[in-house]
Design a protein around this ligand. Structure first.
Ligand code: COA
Length: 166
């Protein structure tokens, strides 16, 4: 996959090959899709986010967060914000029946391109140390483990490297 940018679209094998698009995950989109987002979020290891956490304002969160939508329904999301000169991914998740179709990669690359455009020095994400699937996914996308933080690993990547990774 090359040239991921705003409005990137493709086809999912799920839902009769429904076409999907990457869309901004705005405050309004969170309100409209809260139940679907929370169902996807349930797969994340740890405590699921409650409605207030979804709506929480963070620096540049509403500019940096994205979702993949097919037939008007979210198939995945990436919630990010600006933190200490970096773009930090707070959560990324894809609906279980849409795993391994490249949607997580599209989300990462879209937000990495936004990070490049903002001049962010790094793209960071924290993952539970037992989350082998996510660690494999993030390392495949170009992230490396920077440090341990309790039960979590902090991973970091150069935004440009993630944005350009095929
Ligand atoms: C991690 C996650 C977002 C990946 O999404 P995805 O859309 O399935 O990922 P992709 O299809 O883009 O995978 C890209 C590559 O990552 C690697 N990868 C993805 N899932 C993997 C798995 N289960 N095992 C090993 N490698 C994996 C592979 O190299 C894959 O390429 P391939 O399918 O051509 O082999 C998804 O598994 C998920 O939602 N997990 C639960 C939520 C979570 O734990 N989030 C992280 C913490 S916030």
């Amino acid at each position: 996959m090359t040239g991921i940018s705003e409005g990137t679209a493709g086809t999912s094998r799920r839902a009769a090959d429904a076409p999907w698009t990457v869309e901004p995950l705005t405050r309004d989109a969170v309100t409209r899709h809260l139940e679907a987002l929370r169902r996807i979020d349930a797969a994340v290891i740890g405590v699921p986010w409650h409605a207030e956490q979804w709506q929480l304002d963070l620096p540049a969160k509403w500019e940096l967060s994205r979702m993949v939508v097919a037939n008007g329904i979210p198939l995945g999301f990436l919630v990010a914000s600006s933190r200490d000169g970096a773009v930090h991914c707070h959560r990324i998740a894809v609906a279980a029946d849409a795993y391994r179709q490249g949607l997580g990669t599209v989300l990462l690359r879209t937000v990495a391109a936004l990070a490049v455009a903002r001049g962010a020095e790094a793209f960071t994400v924290k993952v539970h140390r037992t989350n082998a699937r996510s660690l494999a996914f993030l390392q495949h996308a170009g992230f490396t483990i920077a440090r341990h933080d309790g039960d979590n690993f902090l991973l970091t990547a150069l935004p440009d490297r993630v944005a350009r990774r095929s």
